[in-house]
Write a protein that binds this ligand. Structure first.
Ligand SMILES: [Zn+2]
Length: 81
């Protein structure tokens, strides 16, 4: 014979609801709100992530650089067109 005892349990879930990305050049912030289902809704201008891996025999042998730049800084300082 088996007997089950049940009780109501309320669980707390730690979930990401928003995050911010900052331009490494001017400090501008881009806020994102994570909606239900994990959809990332940007509430401000775009900031792009850059990853640079330097190969052997370069001036930065084996280093990895990661940074974020907003579109204003990209256009103003790095536009090639
Ligand atoms: Zn910027």
């Amino acid at each position: 014979m088996r007997k089950q005892v049940r009780k109501e349990v309320v669980k707390t879930i730690n979930t990401l609801v928003s995050h911010s990305t900052y331009c490494n050049k001017c400090g501008k912030e881009r806020k994102s709100i994570i909606e239900d289902g994990g959809y990332d809704r940007c509430t401000d201008h775009e900031i792009h992530e850059f990853n640079c891996s330097f190969g052997y025999h370069s001036n930065y042998d084996g280093e990895n650089w990661n940074f974020d730049l907003c579109e204003d800084c990209l256009k103003r300082d790095y536009s090639i067109v």
